[in-house]
Design a protein around this ligand. Structure first.
Ligand code: SOE
Length: 431
């Protein structure tokens, strides 16, 4: 039975708020679109989350869609999906699915998500939510209508689910850092240093929307909002494309993960290689942002430091099980400064599902934690977070960064209806 937002269909939820699948016998049946790097890690997550967290609702990996029949069938076998599909539209219309998980490049997010929501499927969509503000607006509006009918949607900003990141947010939210004054946030990788790395989809504006900005900057912008609980209200940015031309990639199917092989000919790079921005938070805090895939030696350095009136936290994904914390006045004489917290204790965020203290988590665990939260939200009839509206807010900041960079770093408001240059709800310290 299809459940279409906008039609007078019954909600998926009974009076007690428990999850009712249309015909799934208590399972949550997932269909996924895309089987590249993100498809692989999402597949692992759908399988590991129910085991690790003992989820009340079992998850079934029902169908995997991709364009290339042989590659999709091979990926379905390898990742544990019951059936391959070669048309995402057929997948979305299947009545034996409850969830559509979108792991494709950004140019198809809006179309797939809108169709999936229309078909009454819960949607998990990889970041960035869309390739433009207009697409993200349509998606957020559709998600809001669908939510009223019990259909849930979420954006895959997986780094929110790294335990140390969630702990940083908890400390800020509990007031342990006081008023946030500074945020220094960056995301540095180096896989584009080689000028002969091919022009894969993450380097094509029509596929990815932008370069380092949407790929990595989206995570940074999301984490600034997540950890501080405050919106960015304006930015001043610069963007640069250091390598203007690259080898054209071999035809689809040859590329795996971030890699790919160069084929015949070269083509222009029409996205940014790097962006830097200054920003201001709603309550007046100052932010610096940076995203690049051209920082030799930096493999996945998603880093942030928050300095508040009462303390600081500092995180680097390359040491993802650690959070460095300093609280003003708490240091013992002579040994002041940051304390390294190994975020692997049973009472740390998400650790109830994982290993004994000190046994460490990896990249894939953030996706398993994300899958856990998504399934739990669907089961309990809550809207998960980050919502499509949160994805839209990130998209607006990305848009402001691009507009500012195009205008020679002009100060650009990120807030709809806000006054350019002025924090929308700036509060003085002490207020
Ligand atoms: C490539 O830069 C990439 O795979 C991003 O697309 C992901 O969002 C990031 O988490 C890891 O790096």
């Amino acid at each position: 039975m299809l459940h279409r937002p906008g039609e007078q269909e019954p909600s998926r939820h009974d009076g007690s708020g428990s999850f009712l699948t249309p015909a799934g016998g208590g399972e949550l049946r997932v269909g996924m679109v895309g089987h590249g790097f993100m498809g692989a890690v999402h597949s692992l997550a759908w399988r590991s989350a129910p085991v690790a967290f003992g989820l009340a609702v079992p998850v079934a990996l029902v169908a995997l869609a991709g364009r290339d029949p042989a590659a999709t069938a091979a990926a379905a076998r390898r990742f544990g999906w019951s059936e391959p599909e070669t048309d995402w539209r057929r997948l979305v219309e299947r009545d034996d699915l409850d969830v559509v998980d979108i792991c494709t490049p950004g140019d198809s997010h809006a179309e797939i998500a809108l169709e999936a929501l229309r078909a009454g499927k819960h949607v998990l969509c990889e970041k960035p939510l869309a390739n433009s503000v207009a697409e993200a607006e349509a998606m957020a509006a559709a998600a809001a209508s669908a939510s009223a009918l019990g259909v849930r949607s979420m954006v895959g900003f997986n780094y929110r689910r790294v335990p140390a990141v969630a702990l940083a947010r908890d400390l800020v939210a509990a007031g342990r850092l006081g008023r946030v004054r500074h945020v220094r946030a960056c995301y540095l990788q180096d896989w584009l240093v080689d000028p002969d790395f091919p022009l894969t989809w993450r380097l094509q504006r029509d596929r990815a929307g932008s370069g380092a900005l949407g790929d990595l900057g989206a995570h940074v912008v999301d984490l600034v909002g997540f950890v501080t609980g405050e919106e960015l209200v304006g930015v001043s940015a610069l963007a640069e494309t250091f390598v203007g031309e690259r080898p054209l990639p071999e035809p689809a199917g040859a590329a795996r993960g971030l890699g790919g092989r160069g084929g015949a000919g070269r083509g222009p790079v029409d996205v940014d290689d790097a962006v830097v921005a200054l920003g201001r938070l709603a309550r007046g805090g100052l932010v610096t942002l940076e995203a690049t895939r051209m920082a030799p030696g930096r493999k996945n350095a998603l880093r942030f430091e928050v300095n508040g009136s009462e303390g600081s936290v500092s995180f680097d994904f390359e040491s993802m099980n650690e959070l460095w914390v300093h609280e003003v006045g708490s240091a013992h004489a002579g040994v002041g400064g940051f304390t390294r917290v190994l975020v692997t204790e049973p009472d740390h965020p998400y650790l109830e599902g994982w290993w004994p203290p000190g046994h460490g988590l990896g990249y894939d665990h953030s996706f398993a934690n994300q899958a856990r939260d998504f399934v739990e939200a669907v089961r309990s009839g809550q809207d998960p977070s980050p919502s499509f509206a949160d994805g839209l807010a990130v998209q607006r900041v990305l848009d402001a960064v691009e507009a500012s960079a195009a205008a020679g770093a002009a100060w650009t408001s990120c807030v709809v209806g806000g006054l350019a240059g002025e924090p929308a709800t700036r509060l003085e310290e002490g207020s």
